[in-house]
Write a protein that binds this ligand. Structure first.
Ligand code: ADP
Length: 241
């Protein structure tokens, strides 16, 4: 059994439960850990507690019982992008910086830097409705990174995108992970996506982490590796067990 308080862990849950109202618990004595600098994916059948675990990490929900070690300063990217429709891409990305008290011109410069890193040069002045789904999601990621969080949380960020856009974003998120060295925790509904991106996969079932898989495949072009399909098949078996 892995110890959950390794000094290299940035997140550690010990026997964490979360009940909403009088309903069944979303998490039941769940323990998990996330290594600093890792790219961790949480997968599992619907209703297993993935989003609840992510919300607790984000500080959006409090556990009912158990102990949680996590950094305070984290950024979350939602599936929809969650942009303000009346603000431009640049203004959206600068908003959290201004909310932190940064002067508007400095925040705009910093936001522009991250938008460019996400491949959005020249689109800073566009409104969300003038952007594609993939571009909106890129603005969401730029906005999340602009505040220099200790960790980036992604809740099924690519679920609503077409396969080509998803492929491009997969490549870019791995590049960003490597360039920034940030810990990434991502909830995904796709086993293939989790194997393509992450260094570790947590399989959540019945409100606990049922299995942990370490993925040791080279980036990029992982999906072309022979071992890729083997890994996916292995995890799929556990997923549907
Ligand atoms: P997953 O992300 O794996 O689909 P969730 O964490 O969203 O799982 O949900 C786990 C369980 O908790 C589900 O049964 C769900 O209905 C319940 N749940 C999640 N969020 C809430 C909420 N805000 N209020 C009441 N029940 C909730």
């Amino acid at each position: 059994m892995r110890k959950h308080t390794d000094s290299n862990d940035i997140i550690a849950f010990e026997a964490v439960s979360k009940a909403y109202g009088t309903g069944d618990a979303a998490l039941k004595d769940a323990s998990l850990s996330v290594e600093r600098g890792s790219f961790t994916c949480i997968i599992g059948p619907s209703g297993g507690g993935k989003s609840t675990a992510l919300k607790i990490i984000a500080g959006l929900e409090e556990p009912t019982s158990g102990t949680v070690m996590k950094p305070d300063h984290v950024s979350m990217v939602f599936q929809s992008g969650a942009l303000m429709p009346w603000l431009t891409a640049g203004e959206n990305a600068a908003l959290p910086l201004e909310a932190q008290g940064m002067a508007a011109d400095k925040a705009a410069r910093e936001a522009r830097k991250w938008l460019r890193m996400l491949g959005l040069r020249g689109l800073e002045g566009k409104l969300p409705r003038e952007l594609s789904g993939g571009e909106r999601q890129r603005v969401g990621i730029a906005r999340a990174l602009a505040v220099n969080p200790a960790m980036l949380l992604l809740d099924e960020p690519f679920a609503a995108l077409d396969p080509k856009t998803t492929d491009d974003l997969h490549r870019d998120i791995v590049d960003i992970w490597k360039e920034t060295g940030k810990t990434i925790v991502m909830v995904s509904h796709s086993i293939e996506e989790a194997v393509a991106l992450s260094t570790r996969i947590l399989l959540m079932k019945d409100h606990v982490v049922r299995k942990t898989f370490d993925i040791d495949l080279p980036h990029p072009h992982r999906a072309h590796a022979v071992a890729f399909s083997r890994e996916v098949a292995h995890i799929r078996k556990e997923f549907f067990k």
